[in-house]
Design a binder for this molecule. Structure first.
Ligand SMILES: NC(=O)c1ccc[n+]([C@@H]2O[C@H](COP(=O)([O-])OP(=O)(O)OC[C@H]3O[C@@H](n4cnc5c(N)ncnc54)[C@H](O)[C@@H]3O)[C@@H](O)[C@H]2O)c1
Length: 74
Protein backbone atom coordinates (compact mmCIF):
# COMPACT_ATOMS: atom_id res chain seq x y z
CA UNK A 1 0.00 0.00 0.00
CA UNK A 2 1.23 3.52 -0.84
CA UNK A 3 2.36 5.70 2.05
CA UNK A 4 0.17 8.75 2.49
CA UNK A 5 1.47 12.24 3.20
CA UNK A 6 -0.63 15.19 4.33
CA UNK A 7 0.62 18.62 3.18
CA UNK A 8 -0.85 21.55 5.12
CA UNK A 9 -0.83 24.78 3.14
CA UNK A 10 -0.64 22.61 0.03
CA UNK A 11 -2.40 25.20 -2.14
CA UNK A 12 0.36 27.75 -1.54
CA UNK A 13 3.59 28.39 -3.36
CA UNK A 14 5.90 25.93 -1.59
CA UNK A 15 3.10 23.51 -0.71
CA UNK A 16 1.79 23.06 -4.27
CA UNK A 17 5.28 22.25 -5.60
CA UNK A 18 5.83 19.86 -2.67
CA UNK A 19 2.52 18.12 -3.45
CA UNK A 20 3.52 17.56 -7.07
CA UNK A 21 6.96 16.25 -6.10
CA UNK A 22 5.43 13.79 -3.60
CA UNK A 23 2.86 12.56 -6.16
CA UNK A 24 5.59 12.09 -8.77
CA UNK A 25 7.59 10.12 -6.17
CA UNK A 26 4.65 7.73 -5.73
CA UNK A 27 3.01 8.93 -2.52
CA UNK A 28 -0.70 9.20 -1.88
CA UNK A 29 -1.06 12.94 -1.14
CA UNK A 30 -3.67 14.74 0.96
CA UNK A 31 -3.88 18.53 1.12
CA UNK A 32 -5.40 20.72 3.81
CA UNK A 33 -5.64 24.44 3.08
CA UNK A 34 -8.05 27.20 4.12
CA UNK A 35 -7.33 29.08 0.85
CA UNK A 36 -6.52 32.27 2.79
CA UNK A 37 -3.76 33.01 0.27
CA UNK A 38 -3.46 29.80 -1.75
CA UNK A 39 -5.45 28.74 -4.81
CA UNK A 40 -7.46 25.56 -5.28
CA UNK A 41 -6.27 25.43 -8.94
CA UNK A 42 -2.66 25.23 -7.73
CA UNK A 43 -3.33 21.80 -6.19
CA UNK A 44 -2.49 18.89 -8.48
CA UNK A 45 -5.67 17.03 -9.46
CA UNK A 46 -4.16 13.73 -8.24
CA UNK A 47 -4.12 15.00 -4.64
CA UNK A 48 -7.06 14.71 -2.22
CA UNK A 49 -7.92 18.30 -1.35
CA UNK A 50 -9.91 19.39 1.71
CA UNK A 51 -10.63 23.02 2.57
CA UNK A 52 -9.91 23.24 6.28
CA UNK A 53 -8.29 25.69 8.69
CA UNK A 54 -5.70 23.82 10.77
CA UNK A 55 -6.66 25.89 13.83
CA UNK A 56 -10.13 24.27 13.79
CA UNK A 57 -9.17 21.58 16.31
CA UNK A 58 -12.34 19.49 16.25
CA UNK A 59 -12.50 19.46 12.43
CA UNK A 60 -8.81 18.55 12.36
CA UNK A 61 -9.40 15.66 14.80
CA UNK A 62 -12.23 14.39 12.62
CA UNK A 63 -10.04 14.66 9.57
CA UNK A 64 -7.39 12.40 11.17
CA UNK A 65 -10.10 9.97 12.32
CA UNK A 66 -11.43 9.66 8.78
CA UNK A 67 -8.18 9.60 6.77
CA UNK A 68 -5.18 7.29 6.98
CA UNK A 69 -2.18 9.65 7.20
CA UNK A 70 1.37 8.29 7.58
CA UNK A 71 3.24 11.61 7.66
CA UNK A 72 2.55 15.34 7.79
CA UNK A 73 4.45 18.14 6.08
CA UNK A 74 3.41 21.45 7.62
N1 LIG B 1 8.31 31.29 -0.23
C1 LIG B 1 9.53 31.30 0.30
O1 LIG B 1 10.56 31.62 -0.35
C2 LIG B 1 9.75 30.86 1.74
C3 LIG B 1 11.05 30.77 2.25
C4 LIG B 1 11.26 30.32 3.55
C5 LIG B 1 10.16 29.98 4.35
N2 LIG B 1 8.91 30.09 3.85
C6 LIG B 1 7.79 29.71 4.70
O2 LIG B 1 7.12 28.57 4.14
C7 LIG B 1 5.72 28.65 4.39
C8 LIG B 1 4.94 28.65 3.09
O3 LIG B 1 5.35 29.74 2.27
P1 LIG B 1 4.68 30.02 0.86
O4 LIG B 1 5.55 31.03 0.16
O5 LIG B 1 4.38 28.73 0.17
O6 LIG B 1 3.34 30.77 1.34
P2 LIG B 1 1.88 30.74 0.68
O7 LIG B 1 1.10 31.87 1.29
O8 LIG B 1 1.97 30.65 -0.81
O9 LIG B 1 1.30 29.35 1.21
C9 LIG B 1 0.75 29.18 2.49
C10 LIG B 1 -0.51 28.35 2.34
O10 LIG B 1 -1.04 28.06 3.63
C11 LIG B 1 -2.44 28.28 3.62
N3 LIG B 1 -2.84 28.57 5.00
C12 LIG B 1 -2.54 29.67 5.75
N4 LIG B 1 -3.09 29.57 6.98
C13 LIG B 1 -3.74 28.36 7.02
C14 LIG B 1 -4.52 27.71 8.03
N5 LIG B 1 -4.72 28.24 9.24
N6 LIG B 1 -5.05 26.49 7.74
C15 LIG B 1 -4.86 25.92 6.51
N7 LIG B 1 -4.13 26.52 5.51
C16 LIG B 1 -3.59 27.73 5.78
C17 LIG B 1 -2.65 29.43 2.65
O11 LIG B 1 -3.97 29.49 2.14
C18 LIG B 1 -1.61 29.10 1.57
O12 LIG B 1 -2.15 28.24 0.56
C19 LIG B 1 5.51 29.93 5.21
O13 LIG B 1 5.53 29.59 6.58
C20 LIG B 1 6.72 30.78 4.85
O14 LIG B 1 7.03 31.67 5.89
C21 LIG B 1 8.68 30.51 2.56
Amino acid sequence: MKKSVLVTGGAGYIGSHTVKALLDAGYDVHVLDNLASGAREAVDSRAKFTKLDVYQKEELRNYFRNNRIDAVLH
